[in-house]
Ligand binder design. Structure first.
Ligand SMILES: [Zn+2]
Length: 330
């Protein structure tokens, strides 16, 4: 069996705050014996639960990386019981390139789990988390946003799981995160996802979608910062009081929540994020881009609900996710 080649430069089990790297050997034209250096901070104080927190699983999503950089720079061992493992830039090559996938191997980290120890750079990162870091964790928080091509209402999410006890624990952690929206979801394509690997190991897992468009806002960063802190308090690791406000419960568990474009063109939004739609309402029109004098194609909601995600760039291609409509739980 191939061993994973990643070597951490800091100890996992020593008390204190340690800042270092996961060093992944990567021999290439400009560095014969070079490495990919994934930054990692581990803060530990005595015995207690372990939280594993990651941002930039996709390299163009910024709320998680910002909140986790701040946490790594400020979290003090004396304020915790247990351990916090912080990896602000999970797919580090993608993060540095500002792209969803890795420029080295085009790897979409969140579709390559559980990874391969002898695989591509992205597969090696996945395998290291599957076999080394996730097994250490009791609770896992993985930050996402829409990236350059999607924009979301800010929500924390828990998945529908076969194990009701585990799902209950994940929902409780999602509620502790306390984003403006709390989503119960089934993934449209869960094969290869980090989420699935973490949940299959029986861990408490929370993910997010906190905005998008390939940037962050002051509001979305504040949501990420508060959520990270709340999850650590909820886990019994960080001392302090939960900071809570209202959160609207949503679910997107039906196939007809998702609307995909079947045409190329230019998007005219007919509704904005957070708008309430009835089944049959126009959510977007797609105008032709290759001729004038033609009417647009209308895309309609297949069910009523809240417009929760939308395609972000002004141009769309057939097959792109155009919109997601979530149910508001009564
Ligand atoms: Zn993502």
């Amino acid at each position: 069996m191939t061993a994973n080649p990643i070597v951490p430069t800091i100890p996992f089990d020593d008390d204190g705050a340690h800042h270092g790297f996961l060093r992944l050997p990567y021999s290439r034209d400009d560095s014969a014996w070079g490495s990919v250096m994934v930054p990692i901070t581990i803060v530990k104080n005595g015995d207690g639960p372990t939280a594993l927190m990651t941002g930039a699983n996709h390299g163009d999503e910024y709320e998680g990386p910002i909140a986790l950089q701040e946490l790594a720079a400020t979290l003090k061992p004396e304020n915790i019981t247990g351990r916090v493992i912080i990896v602000p830039f999970f797919n580090y090559p993608a993060f540095r390139a500002g792209t969803r996938t890795s420029p080295i191997d085009r790897g979409n980290l969140n579709r390559l789990f559980p990874g391969r120890p002898g695989g591509t750079v992205t597969e090696k990162i996945a395998d290291y988390f599957t076999t080394v870091l996730v097994p250490h964790a009791d609770i896992v928080l993985d930050f996402h946003s829409g990236g350059k091509t999607l924009d979301f209402l800010p929500f924390a999410a828990a998945h529908i799981l076969d194990d009701a006890m585990q799902q209950h624990a994940c929902v409780a952690a999602m509620e502790a995160f306390n984003a403006p929206y709390s989503m119960t979801m089934r993934e449209i394509d869960n094969v290869g996802m980090y989420d699935t690997t973490v949940e299959d190991q029986g861990k408490v897992f929370v993910t997010t979608e906190l905005g998008g468009g390939g940037t962050a806002t002051a509001k979305s960063v504040a949501i990420a910062r508060k959520g990270a802190r709340n999850v650590l308090i909820h886990a019994g690791i960080l001392s302090g009081e939960l900071e809570t406000g209202p959160s609207i419960e949503l679910d997107m568990t039906h196939d007809d929540c998702f609307v995909f474009a079947s045409d190329d063109g230019m998007i005219e939004p007919c509704a904005d994020l957070g708008d309430t739609l009835e089944a049959g309402d126009c959510l977007a029109r797609i105008w032709p881009v290759d001729r004038s004098g033609k009417p647009p194609l209308e895309y309609r909601a297949r069910r009523g609900g809240l417009l929760t995600a939308r395609h972000f760039p002004g141009l769309v291609k057939a097959g792109d996710c155009l919109a997601v409509i979530a149910d508001v739980k009564s």
